[in-house]
Design a protein around this ligand. Sequence first.
Ligand code: FE2
Length: 362
Amino acid sequence: MSDFLPILGYDHLEFYVGNARQAAHFYDKVFGFRPVARSGLETGVRDQASYVLEQGKIRLVVTNALVPDHEVARHCALHGDGVKAIGLRVPNVEQAIAAVKQRGATVVQPPTCLEDTHGTLRVAAIEIYGDTIIRFVDRRDYGGAFAPGYMPLDDMHARPIGVAAIDHIVGNVERGMMDHWARFYAEVMGFSQLCHFTDEDISTEYSALMSKVVQDESGKIKFPINEPAEGKKKSQIEEYLDFYRGAGVQHVALATADIRKTVRELRGRDVDFLFVPDTYYQSLRDRVGDVGEDMESLQELGILVDRDVDGYLLQVFTQPVQDRPTLFFEIIERHGSRGFGVGNFKALFVSIEEEQARRGNL
Ligand code: FE2
């Protein structure tokens, strides 16, 4: 463990999208995020437009290009909508960049002071997998709406779904690259490895992946890294890599204190979740035992359960939130467990394969 890169927490997640106004509407009306700021033509920005949305401690930014020959437009043409930047709050951007640069990070934006009448915002960015970046942010001397070039929005109509914080952000990387990126987080950013899942743990006969999880010293920032493993069918990670055209963020897990309420809200707003067959619940008690939860409501809402030595967790996965089978969201409620639902991967896929077999489609 090292303290050369202290991290205060997540600052924001920035998505590059084809239509920021419509994406903002989706995260507002469906996921219950409140629009708090925007930038674009009205704020003097001529080439791109963004909306900032908040819920609990989570801040999302959706950005699109306003002109064709633009980094955001090129990113969207190649990858579709997806996560461009993971924003991390640091106490000192210059020190953060100096520390990671010395350890081998590629700096894509050197420390920059953005200024307006509300003060100075300091930012810088480094490359991670694919075209994704980590952006360091220091808000100490800034009191405006998100960043210079943004104006506040006064929208009081949001209906929150109860998500409070980012729990973890998962990256899918190319075959053979999981160790590279786990080492990058360890050596360049001082993260430690939390756990390691081999294809033995999270494979069925048909779909396989391997995963390593790294976290920062505070334990607030957790980044699982997946790579595809050999299976009879194409791994879901490979499918992602094909459609995203390379490595990128696979899913963002949002923590809630009441997953039943959150899932009811999302289902009521027509969010589609990963299909959970009834066979999953038939084998659930054998797998996790009695965790003191009402199983009927979990089954009714399609909520998954996993257990480890520290406790248990409840989780659900949405379908991808764009037509490409790429980015999706997870909703997670933790009860002691610090895991990621590894038991569910196998249980879920075995259940789905049982259903497929019953239909004669396997
Ligand atoms: Fe997850």
